[in-house]
Ligand binder design. Structure first.
Ligand code: SAH
Length: 357
């Protein structure tokens, strides 16, 4: 284990304290913070207005996280780019860059792997490897900004991992990301998606941030939800609805429900009716996601007409609903698919190329 402190995970106050203990004036911290979080420097060596001696001292004392792109895939359909980044310990995570009319959006991972076990999700098939640090989450965005040379305006924590299972690091990351001395992304442009860890959602509500909380609901009864998501054995839909209401009361922010439509599983008229009943009393938005089938499971997508009918049904009851555009389907778009393929290729290069060809 590296015992050096991770300098990019420190907030400005903490950085000031650190550098002061090295005998530096407070403005040095401000300069260094700007190098890390505004100019997106890749190393201490780029910080040219700091003395060479001081930079050497920092190298001795601190770890400077920098993710390394190992694969970039670009969708021919919509220009979406998927990045596979290597972390300093050799683990890899994936992030996605999407262009929308309202700006550029990055989807980041919050953990290496995931232990939540959702049945349709590729990220969880090999379990959890480890949590990401605040700097590793930030650096996915910084690296993409450097590589695309474009400003990121929206961030969604919807890649691999369960953010509420890495709560302290996520919270620190959110503060750094939206800090006016850093990249200064508006809290309103940040979405964190959770499979529904109720106590952590409540804790997040108490932070009173202006971010959007998205709940992966995916089913309207506990029984059906348990078949798709093991976390439903821990927390009931009733508890989830209560904490969503609490989040809205504390923050004034409308909740998003994500609902991945799986053919023949959760896409019937009855499901739509039940979803309306859940959504109606809350101030929420529903995002329908056509399930992206992964080869390890036999779930299938609902057909397009069916998805549209499901949406119309919700709209007829004045529920705010959208269908998520399928971005980058041709580039392992679903959570965890690219990382999984990469890892398998590394372990068994011959086997996989055969399977793919
Ligand atoms: N752990 C967080 C973030 C994960 S991914 C969460 O559970 O919310 C973001 C969303 O994509 C979640 O709603 C997740 O359930 C959904 N998802 C994962 N794999 C999918 C797939 N193959 N098809 C459709 N949606 C999927």
């Amino acid at each position: 284990m590296d015992s050096k402190k991770d300098i990019k995970s420190l907030n400005l106050e903490e950085l000031k304290t650190e550098l002061e203990s090295m005998g530096e004036k407070a403005f040095r911290a401000k300069q260094m913070y700007e190098w890390m979080h505004v100019k997106l420097a890749r190393s201490f060596d780029e910080m040219t207005n700091l003395s060479a001696k001081f930079r050497e001292q920092c190298k001795e004392k601190y770890e400077y996280t920098c993710v390394k792109p190992v694969r970039i895939q670009e969708s021919k359909i919509d220009g979406t780019k998927k990045f596979l980044f290597e972390l300093s310990d050799g683990n890899v995570v994936e992030s996605v860059w999407m262009q929308y009319k309202h700006g550029n959006s990055v989807c980041i991972s919050s953990q290496v792997g995931c232990r939540m076990g959702c049945r349709f999700c590729a990220s969880t098939l090999d379990g959890l490897e480890r949590n990401l640090t605040p700097s590793e989450m930030l650096d996915q965005i910084y690296a993409i900004t450097r590589l695309t040379q474009e400003r990121v305006s929206n961030v969604v924590v919807m890649g691999t991992g369960e953010p509420m299972d890495n709560y302290d690091n996520i919270l620190k990351f959110l503060h750094l990301l939206t800090d006016e001395n850093g990249l200064n992304i508006s809290q309103r442009n940040v979405t964190v998606s959770t499979c529904g860890i109720v106590p952590r959602m409540r804790q997040l509500a108490d932070e009173k941030l202006q971010i959007t909380l998205a709940l992966s609901l995916h089913a309207t009864t506990d029984e059906k939800r348990r078949k798709l998501m093991p976390i439903a054995n821990r927390y009931s839909i009733k508890e989830l609805m209560e904490v969503c209401r609490y989040y809205f009361e504390q923050t004034g922010r409308r909740i998003t429900f994500e609902y991945s439509l799986v053919g023949g599983v959760n896409d019937t008229e009855e499901d739509a009716k039940e979803l309306i009943a859940l959504a109606k009393p809350l101030c929420c938005h529903i995002n329908l996601i056509p399930v992206n089938p992964i080869k390890e499971r036999d779930f299938v997508q609902s057909d397009t007409g069916h998805i549209q009918a499901f949406k119309n049904k919700l709209e007829s009851k004045k529920i705010h609903v959208t269908i998520r555009r399928e971005m980058g389907r041709d580039i392992d778009g679903a959570c965890g698919q690219l990382r999984r393929r990469h890892t398998q290729e590394m372990q068994n290069p011959d086997g996989l190329s055969q399977e793919e060809n």
